[in-house]
Design a protein around this ligand. Structure first.
Ligand SMILES: NC(=O)c1ccc[n+]([C@@H]2O[C@H](COP(=O)([O-])OP(=O)(O)OC[C@H]3O[C@@H](n4cnc5c(N)ncnc54)[C@H](OP(=O)(O)O)[C@@H]3O)[C@@H](O)[C@H]2O)c1
Length: 223
């Protein structure tokens, strides 16, 4: 069975595709557009997939035909910063874009593609500890924090709704990772982050569904 990764063109998503294909898994990589690095992984690549365009997610589902999925991993995400005192129209547009991508995107991907998950399949959503209410000790980053808190809530509802089909859901914080998103600042490289995510997904069972994980550390995070 295949593992579908959405948002695989660079950063953590690309590294997930690399590591999964290298260990011999059957990987489908869904991206807005591909590049030489992704092409080189040998994954089955689907372009034109944008998590904010629901039609593109349903088109991808149609292309899967009757191919069942073992994992659906939604990695796509964006980050921009909005500060109190500077919440002008541009800031509002930025907050809305983060909601569309980070919160609605994974939910609509689950709507379109979870029917392809086989019983015992797994849904992983890349979230962030910046979406944790308990862990917010520094404020700021309104759109990113709000959108990741929202996707955490969506993930818990998905865990309940998919339980009957024996599909386990994990909300995965990837660590603070050196990618384009962090301007290559961070504590770990995508290699370590992706390895932790794969380990967490491999180990995920139905009795742990709906939990919020620090994936590379393998520890639960507070909501
Ligand atoms: N890096 C960190 O420290 C960190 C920490 C916590 C959480 N995360 C989360 O981890 C995930 C991956 O982050 P990253 O660091 O790898 O970021 P990244 O290097 O900026 O990569 C983001 C990926 O998301 C894709 N994407 C963005 N908007 C999309 C859309 N509308 N439709 C489809 N794909 C879209 C991008 O594709 P394009 O190339 O087409 O733009 C790219 O492949 C994100 O959800 C992020 O919020 C990252």
């Amino acid at each position: 069975m295949s593992k579908l990764i959405i948002g695989a063109s660079r950063g953590i998503g690309l590294e997930l595709v690399r590591q999964l294909t290298q260990r011999g898994d059957d990987v489908i990589a869904a991206v807005r557009s591909s590049n030489a690095e992704l092409d080189a992984t040998g994954a089955d690549i689907h372009t034109g997939v944008d998590v904010t365009r629901h039609d593109s997610l349903h088109e991808l589902a149609d292309k899967l035909g009757n191919q069942p999925l073992e994992w659906l991993l939604v990695v796509a995400g964006v980050m921009s910063k909005q500060r109190l005192g500077q919440l002008d129209q541009d800031a509002v547009d930025g907050i809305r874009q983060q909601f569309e991508t980070n919160a609605l995107g994974p939910l609509m991907a689950a709507e379109a593609l979870s029917p392809w998950l086989a019983p015992g399949g797994k849904l992983g959503i890349l979230t962030s500890r910046m979406g944790s209410l308990a862990d917010n000790t520094s404020g700021n980053s309104y759109g990113y924090r709000m959108s990741k808190a929202a996707v955490n809530m969506a993930g818990v509802s998905l865990a309940h709704d998919l339980q009957e089909r024996e599909i386990a859901v994990a909300l995965l914080h990837p660590g603070w990772v050196r990618t384009d998103m962090t301007r290559h600042d961070g504590l770990i490289d995508p290699e370590e982050s992706a390895a932790g995510i794969i380990q967490r997904m491999d180990a995920l069972t139905l009795d742990q569904t709906g939990r919020f994980w620090h994936a590379p550390k393998g520890e639960p995070l507070p909501w």
